[in-house]
Structures are given as C-alpha cells and as structure tokens.
Design a protein around this ligand. Structure first.
Ligand SMILES: Cc1cc2nc3c(=O)[nH]c(=O)nc-3n(C[C@H](O)[C@H](O)[C@H](O)COP(=O)(O)OP(=O)(O)OC[C@H]3O[C@@H](n4cnc5c(N)ncnc54)[C@H](O)[C@@H]3O)c2cc1C
Ligand code: FES
Length: 262
C-alpha cells in the first residue's frame, strides 16, 4: 500500500450522476488486483479529512480508472474535479477476488456501480462467464461493453423495466440457475447494494454454491486502524468474530457472513 499523488487524465460524466475518472498512478497500477480498492482524498472538500473508498474499475498500463456515483457531499465535490487536478490516492487496499478454476463457471451478479470491480475481474479470469446486472432503471446499467469485449453472456434486470427483465437482478439469475446451475460448477462473484448481496449470499449458501461478496461499508482510515468498517463473520471454528472490511475484506465468502437481524 502506498500514497501516490496523481494527476487526473480524464473525467467523463456518463449520465445519471455516474462518472469515470482516469488518473496516472504507476505504483497502484503496478500491483492492483480485481476486487481491491483505492482510498481517495477528495480535494476542496472543506471540513473533511476522511478519504472515500472506490473499487478499481480498470487498469491500463500506468493508469487507473474508477467508476463512481455522486451520492453525497464527497462524491458531489469529486464531480467538479478537472483534468490536470492533483489527487492523493492510497492503495491498492483490501483483498482480491479468488480466481476460479478452469472447470468452474464464473457468474457475476452486480448492482449499479458494483459492476466496476467485476468488470476488472472478468478480464482476468481463465474462463468466460455470465453477467447478471441490475439497477433501478436503464441509467444504472453500466459497463456492458466491457463484458461484451470478453465474450461474457449478459442478462439485465431493472426495477422499472426500462431495459431487460422487470424486477431485481436475482430474478434472471434464479431462472438461469434452474436451467443451467446444476450442469456447470458456478462460482458467484457479487458486488452491489446490501440487500442484493444478502439475497445472493443466502441463495448461494442454501444451494451450496461457491460465492464471494464484495461488501460496502462506510470507512474511516481504510487501513485497519479505526474499526469503522467492522462486519461480523464466522471464523473457521464457527465462532462469530469481527472483521475489518477495509483490511480483511472487502471480499468475503458468502458462508462466512453473519447477516444482521432484519
Ligand atoms: C470497498 C468499497 C468500494 C466502493 N467502490 C465504489 C465504487 O466503485 N463506486 C462508487 O460510486 N462508490 C463506491 N463505494 C461507495 C463510496 O465509497 C461511497 O459512495 C462514498 O464514500 C460516499 O461518499 P460521500 O461523501 O459522497 O457520501 P456521504 O456524504 O458520506 O454520504 C452520503 C450518503 O451515502 C451513504 N454512504 C456513504 N458512504 C457509503 C458507502 N460506503 N456505502 C453505501 N452508502 C454510503 C450515506 O449513508 C449517505 O446516505 C465503495 C465503498 C466501499 C466500501
Ligand atoms: S476503515 Fe478503519 S478499520 Fe476499516
């Protein structure tokens, strides 16, 4: 892990409060793996010294890309960053997605910007997979070109039905699983909103499917020191312990996660 001063190379607004930010970060780019994240200090964010975590979306040579959505104060200020601005980037942080075997079939299940780390992963796996991607509407369906470029099959679901099947992304996934799930050895990789991760994780555990979830927790330090990001998990003996999403995650196996009572 390093802190790099980087210069913004491109900043493209892609609609519906989503943007893609590209910057030159040779140190991070040299060692980043799919699933890891960077911790970014947002410039000109008055009264805040806290960095914000973003998954690594793409690595191209010495360049890193992130795909982000403006949801609050920090990400709205980030939208104002211009080409040539300097940023402080800490990373790469966290663990990465375990690579599936060649006789396994990767299934990517994504919601909104959760598709970003899965796109990075899909490019590196030894086998092509199937992406199930969902969002509130067609504006939340992102990175389709990236998955097409690596010959992934793609199924889309939107809550308003504006593109793909109407409903949650778990719907086309369940339909697929009934037909094909038992004929291949699926390995699920999932990133997106908590409710989606929980539905995917609980289904995977109930059906004995290998499944890795990338958790999204509010963070402070990003390096394991402040305990702002703890998640309850079962350890190897089945005892419930606290793990830090920033340092021990963000990727956890579905069966290890202790979901909070609803
Ligand atoms: C490992 C990891 C990877 C992430 N990758 C991406 C990514 O690739 N693209 C992206 O757009 N976002 C990503 N996020 C979420 C991103 O970090 C938050 O959206 C961001 O920190 C919000 O900052 P803010 O100052 O704009 O929001 P704040 O002003 O701090 O909060 C605004 C609203 O967003 C909610 N919020 C704040 N932080 C989070 C969070 N971590 N998760 C969910 N809700 C939050 C708050 O509850 C509040 O409702 C990731 C988070 C983690 C932990
Ligand atoms: S954010 Fe500080 S321990 Fe994880």
């Amino acid at each position: 892990m390093d802190i790099e001063k980087v210069i913004v190379e491109e900043h493209e607004y892609v609609g519906n409060d989503y943007s893609v930010l590209k910057f030159k970060a040779p140190i991070v780019a040299g060692v980043a793996s799919p699933g890891q994240f960077i911790h970014l200090l947002i410039p000109r964010l008055e009264g805040s010294i806290l960095r914000r975590p973003f998954s690594i979306y793409k690595v191209e040579g010495e360049f890193i890309y992130i795909l982000y959505k403006a949801v609050g104060r920090g990400t709205k200020v980030l939208m104002e960053v211009r080409v040539g601005d300097k940023l402080s980037v800490m990373g790469p942080l966290g663990n990465d997605f375990p690579v599936c075997n060649e006789d396994e079939f990767p299934v990517f299940i994504a919601g909104g910007f959760g598709v970003a780390p899965l796109s990075f992963l899909a490019k590196t796996l030894p086998v092509k997979g199937h992406l199930f991607v969902g969002g509130a509407s067609n504006c939340d369906i992102l990175c389709i070109d990236d998955f097409e470029a690596v010959d992934c099959k793609i199924s889309i679901a939107t809550v308003d039905g504006s593109v793909g099947e109407q409903g949650f992304v778990t719907k086309p996934f369940m339909t697929w699983y009934k037909e094909f799930g038992k004929k291949c050895k699926p390995v699920i990789y999932s990133c997106g909103p908590d409710a989606m991760l929980r539905a995917v994780g609980e289904f995977a555990v109930a059906n004995d499917i290998k499944c890795y979830l990338s958790l999204d927790k509010h963070m402070g330090c990003g390096i394991g020191a402040c305990l702002a990001c703890v998640q309850k998990v079962y350890d190897a003996e089945g005892t419930i312990v606290q793990k830090r999403v920033c340092k021990d995650g963000p990727i956890f196996s579905a069966e290890s996660i202790v979901w909070e009572e609803e």
